[in-house]
Design a binder for this molecule. Sequence first.
Ligand code: FE
Length: 199
Amino acid sequence: MTFVLPDLPYAIDALAPHLSADTLNFHYGKHHAGYVGKLNGMVEATDFEGKTLEDIMRATAGDMDAQGIFNNAAQIWNHTFYWYSMSPSGGGQPSGALFDKINEDFGSFDAFVDAFTAAGGAQFGSGWAWLVLRDGKLAVERTANADCPLTDGATPLLTMDVWEHAYYLDYQNRRPDYIETFLKHLVNWNFAADNYAAA
Ligand code: FE
């Protein structure tokens, strides 16, 4: 087995009541695990065996012949990044250098919240909202399906899954409520600050 499902950084029920154990059992235990199983089957006895997820993602992004490999590799990476983008003690605002940079590049923390909320809400169908560092500036971006900003030169700092499987059991069709909860109660600014410091 080349790839393994990474451990969650908290207990399966640690994000309740904002995201239930039921949601994480399916989202982590079925969807995330499923991408790992599929990718292992796809890369067996190919040049991709033994490569990192990032290497595979960069090598296959935009290649229609390798779409299945890209999708599964990127979904493993995106989901691991997503679990770390949340915390049982999340929410609030960042501090320090990241807070200053948000004020500098967005104008205010509230302006960042508005941009991130709009990105998550505007993504039609399945995808992701991101806070990234691109060309030295912070930006909010959204991607469709499995796409990830790291394959086109940005450094992801934070992500929010807006596939229906991320919120449907707890919020049904109310994606805006899920996004608001993510920003108020779940977002892990320490993780984003560490990523910013390392960028
Ligand atoms: Fe997901």
